[in-house]
Design a protein around this ligand. Structure first.
Ligand SMILES: N[C@@H](CCC(=O)N[C@@H](CS)C(=O)NCC(=O)O)C(=O)O
Length: 214
C-alpha cells in the first residue's frame, strides 16, 4: 500500500499544492477521487470519517489523516529536506507568505474561480467583489516578484508551491491571462514549471471533472 493517499478532486488547487510537493520530492501517492460536486464533503458521515473540517484535501500519511495544506507542506518540507527556508529570516518569509496565501490569494481565488467557472449562474455582484480583491492581491504579488525570482528569495520554497496552487489552471477557468496582465507572475509561473518533475494540475489530479460553465 502507498504511504500517501490523497483525497482530492481534480479542480482543487489546494489538492494540487500537495500533489505537486509530493511529486517534486519524488514521492508517489494513491489518488482518492472525492465527489465534491456531489456534496460528499458536506455529509456528516464524511466529516466524521475523513475530515471534521469538511474540506479537501486530506492527506493520509501511513494511518494518519492530515488536513490543512500549510502545515502539511511544512511537514513534508522538513521530512524531505526540500523547499524549506534555510535561514531564520527565510523561514519567517515562508510562513509570512503561507499565511497570506491561505487568507488572501488562495482564499479568494479559489472561491472566485469556483463561482465563475463551476456554478451555472453566479451572482455578478459577488463575482465583481471577489475580483476587485484578487486584482489587489495579484498587484501585490506581481510587484513582489519583480524584485526576486521566487517568493522568499532566489530559491523555490513551499510558499511558492502554495501560492501557485490556483494560478496554474487554464485561463478560461481563472479568468486571468497573466502573460498579458501580470508579467512578473507569468515569468515566476514559468520558473516553477521548469522545476524538475513539475506537472500541471490536471495531469496530477485525474478523474471525473466538474461541469465547467465558461
Ligand atoms: N485552508 C485549507 C483550505 C481547504 C479548502 O478550502 N478546500 C476546499 C476545496 S479545494 C473545500 O473543501 N471547500 C469546502 C468549503 O469551503 O466548504 C487548506 O489549505 O487545506
Amino acid at each position: 500500500m502507498a504511504r500517501y493517499r490523497l483525497h482530492y478532486f481534480p479542480e482543487s488547487g489546494n489538492s494540487y499544492k500537495l500533489a505537486l510537493m509530493l511529486t517534486l520530492c519524488g514521492q508517489s501517492f494513491e489518488p482518492v477521487w472525492t465527489d465534491f460536486g456531489g456534496g460528499v464533503t458536506r455529509t456528516a458521515e464524511w466529516r466524521q470519517a475523513v475530515n471534521e473540517m469538511g474540506e479537501i484535501p486530506v492527506l493520509e500519511d501511513g494511518g494518519t489523516r492530515l488536513t490543512q495544506t500549510a502545515p502539511i507542506l511544512l511537514r513534508l518540507s522538513e521530512r524531505y529536506g526540500r523547499f524549506g527556508g534555510e535561514s531564520e529570516d527565510e523561514r519567517f518569509e515562508v510562513l509570512r507568505w503561507l499565511f497570506w496565501d491561505n487568507h488572501k490569494l488562495t482564499g479568494y481565488m479559489a472561491t472566485y474561480r469556483f463561482l465563475r467557472a463551476f456554478t451555472p449562474s453566479p451572482d455578478a455582484a459577488v463575482l465583481a467583489f471577489l475580483r476587485r480583491r484578487i486584482d489587489d492581491y495579484l498587484r501585490i504579488l506581481d510587484a513582489h516578484l519583480r524584485k526576486r525570482a521566487f517568493v522568499a528569495g532566489e530559491r523555490a520554497t513551499i510558499a511558492d508551491l502554495s501560492m501557485i496552487g490556483y494560478l496554474c489552471f487554464p485561463k478560461h477557468e481563472t479568468g486571468y491571462d497573466f502573460a498579458v496582465t501580470h508579467p512578473a507572475i507569468d515569468a515566476w509561473l514559468a520558473r516553477i514549471a521548469a522545476l524538475p518533475g513539475w506537472r500541471a494540475p490536471y495531469d496530477l489530479l485525474p478523474g471525473k471533472r466538474l461541469p465547467c460553465y465558461v
